[in-house]
Design a protein around this ligand. Structure first.
Ligand SMILES: Nc1ncnc2c1ncn2[C@@H]1O[C@H](COP(=O)(O)OP(=O)(O)OP(=O)(O)O)[C@@H](O)[C@H]1O
Length: 646
């Protein structure tokens, strides 16, 4: 899913280099940054320009205007000058608390959970205790305990940091516990990386969005709490903050005297700064998480359609699904044209193989056919028509959400790449199968549901006693069979299988493929089988489409693809797999490209450029069930080849 083939890349219209690391500009981010920058500048530069905020003048309370833009306080002090210096004081405390609370939460949340054992338990207990102590009363008690002459900005910041880190630590702990078990962390440990390096290089970057948003949250919390403390007369005694301004306004009866200019400006600055930080917080995930960065702000212009039956334009009367000129583009910085004008027809009861190297667009096509593609993927042109067995033609790209839910599992089901991991680990097989029936067939009784679950499980060759099992109690092959059983539950007319057996060993893979063939023959559904393994398709599929750089470059029966591959790329693919005689294709052995485009295709029974001559893999499949290498017949009982218990 990651390799960007140069041929598939639409000419750049996006950003590159460092700029591509930044989030897309959005009104939220713009307004948030503008508010923060403006208030910070005011706090930094204002006190230098606006004179002494404590200078007492013999003016009394003056309303805004003239020399004093925001008027004066009861003692004739300039409110604007006070506001600038109070903003600076509040920002200072906010920054101190933000840093201290983030460091504390990272220390107790990340390090404890990574080290594990007693350290984790002790850290976790401490965090929990801090969490259940009510924050504001504790802050008030601590602040009140510290004598007023020692209650400086630092003291207040420490008090607020002590009471403000625990919730973040718990979130970080949960996240670290999950990250700690990921494969790449295990790989780093196995490769001998030191713990501090695993934490800083493997784990910390994944936690940055959380840390960043928690920092922002801590700053907001600190500014608001400090304002609250100051308002109660427990704030920093040696510095002026927005809270102390409000405190003096309250003591001077500003509200009763209708001196709004005294208390509204500090309140407004607090509100606007909190608002700015929150808006920027929305964009922090985007800055760190590349997946979110490229999601377009609006649904791009997908072809506008009216839902419902459409007139059939397909000449193939036997077709169950017709894909016409389908194009899919990933709207990323440099858009990727992953599927280009693909047209395919899937006939009833047929297995249509879709082959191609990694990154050629197979999965993107499968997802788009099923409308499972998500932004930044966008279907730009084309149609997908489903020819229902009751005679209706459905325009899949135009189905509404409800119609799509109904369509997806009952008419067309999908077995995903790595599907054996798709089962929920904490729910039994029975519950997972029954869940599909409860959702799609609400009229079924419990007994009917149970009977259907047993039926499909038998169909795929798994003992019905396994209905009581949890996924971890099954072997990989059995899990895969359960997933196929789930896809069969509603008797779909089409099944899309995206590399359904790649994670399994060859023997189990063969067993499952044999099941698919048998089931297809018994039940009569059509299969779009996606794999990079062309020789496998030669045995399994009736027809094969070969994809390269998003385009279908070859589309013919399995016999034709095998005997007379028309496109040089197909020949190259055929040559890149080992022949059963023991020879390897030239492409694999030397890394050379096989033949130049336009070279003569190999004759029947031989593959161009393959030193081993014809692939002697037994008879070429003909008819619905290929004979030869995949044996038909009942599923063997007893333990599965992978060692699981049947
Ligand atoms: N989210 C994404 N953003 C940008 N480009 C993407 C994204 N997902 C896939 N692509 C690109 O789309 C192209 C097709 O990817 P796709 O996953 O469909 O290939 P594939 O043939 O299924 O490969 P594989 O067999 O390895 O899964 C690739 O060039 C890939 O880099």
């Amino acid at each position: 899913m990651t390799n960007l083939s140069p041929a598939t890349v639409v000419p750049p219209r996006g950003r590159s280099g460092l700029r591509s690391m930044l989030p897309r500009w959005s009104p939220k981010l713009g307004i948030g940054l503008a508010l923060i920058v403006a208030i910070t500048l005011f706090g930094l530069v204002g006190p230098l320009l606006l004179g002494d905020p404590n200078l007492i003048r013999d003016l009394g309370l003056t309303s805004p205007g003239g020399e004093f833009l925001l008027g004066t306080t009861l003692t004739g002090q300039d409110v604007l000058a006070q506001l600038a210096s109070a903003t600076r004081g509040s920002l200072y405390i906010g920054l101190l608390v933000g840093v201290m609370a983030t460091v504390l939460s990272a220390l107790f949340g990340i390090i404890g959970s990574y080290v594990g054992g007693y350290v984790d338990e002790a850290f976790s207990l401490f965090s929990n205790v801090m969490l259940v102590i009510p924050g504001l009363p504790l802050v008030i008690v601590i602040s009140a305990f510290v004598p007023a002459d020692q209650r400086g900005s630092w003291t207040i910041a420490v008090v607020l940091a002590i009471t403000g880190w625990a919730a973040s630590a718990r979130v970080l702990r949960a996240q670290t516990l999950s990250l700690r078990n990921r494969d790449y962390v295990a790989a780093a440990k196995v490769s001998g990386e030191k713990p501090w390096r695993v934490i800083t290089v493997e784990i910390l970057p994944n936690l940055l969005p959380l840390l960043a948003s928690q920092f922002v949250f801590a700053v907001i919390y600190a500014i608001l709490s400090e304002a609250g403390l100051s308002f109660l007369g427990l704030g920093a005694s040696n510095s002026s903050t927005l809270g102390t301004m409000l405190y003096y306004a309250q003591n001077g009866f500003a509200l009763q005297r209708e001196a709004w200019w005294w208390f509204v400006p500090p309140g407004l600055v607090i509100a606007l700064f909190g608002c700015g930080l929150s808006l920027v917080n929305f964009s922090i995930d985007e800055i760190i998480n590349p997946k979110l960065r490229d999601i377009p702000r609006r649904r791009a212009a997908e072809p506008d359609r009216a839902a419902g039956p459409v007139a059939s334009t397909d000449a193939d009367a036997d077709a169950v699904m017709t894909v016409r000129d389908l194009s899919v583009v990933y709207r990323v910085g440099t858009p990727v044209h992953a599927v280009k004008d693909v047209s395919l027809t899937l006939r009833r009861g047929e297995i249509l193989g879709l082959a191609g190297e990694s990154g050629c667009g197979k999965s993107t096509l499968a997802y788009a056919i099923n409308r499972l593609h998500r932004p930044p993927a966008e279907v730009t042109t084309g149609s997908v028509t489903f020819h229902d067995r009751d005679g209706d033609d459905l325009d899949v790209l135009a189905l509404g959400p409800g119609e799509l839910r109904e369509f997806r599992w009952s008419k067309l089901s999908m077995v995903f790449q790595g599907a054996m991991n798709a089962l929920n680990p904490v729910i039994t097989v029975r519950a997972q199968l029954e869940d599909v029936l409860t959702t799609h067939r609400p009229g079924m009784t419990g007994a009917q549901r149970r009977a259907r679950c047993e039926e499909v499980l038998r169909l795929v060759g798994v003992d019905v006693r396994r209905l009581r099992s949890y996924p971890h109690e099954l072997s990989g092959g059995m899990r895969q069979r359960v997933v196929i059983a789930m896809a069969l539950l509603l008797d779909p007319q089409v099944m899309i299988m995206d590399e359904p057996t790649t994670a399994l060993d060859v023997v189990v893979q063969r067993g499952i493929l044999r099941e698919i063939l048998r089931l297809r023959d018994e039940i009569g559904f059509a299969v779009l089988f996606i794999t990079h393994d062309l020789p496998l398709l030669l045995e399994l599929a009736d027809r094969i489409a070969v994809m390269k750089d998003g385009e279908v470059v070859e589309y013919a029966t399995a016999e034709e693809v095998y005997a007379r591959p028309a496109h040089p790329y197909t020949r190259e693919l055929l040559e890149s797999f080992p022949s059963l005689t023991g020879e390897r294709g030239a492409f694999v052995r030397t890394g050379d490209r096989a033949e130049p485009a336009g070279a003569e295709p190999a004759g029947a029974g031989g593959v161009a450029g393959l030193p081993g001559g014809p692939i002697p893999s037994g008879p070429i499949p003909s008819g619905p069930i290929p004979s030869g290498p995949i044996p038909s017949g009942p599923i063997p009982s007893g333990p599965t080849p992978s060692g699981g218990v049947r």
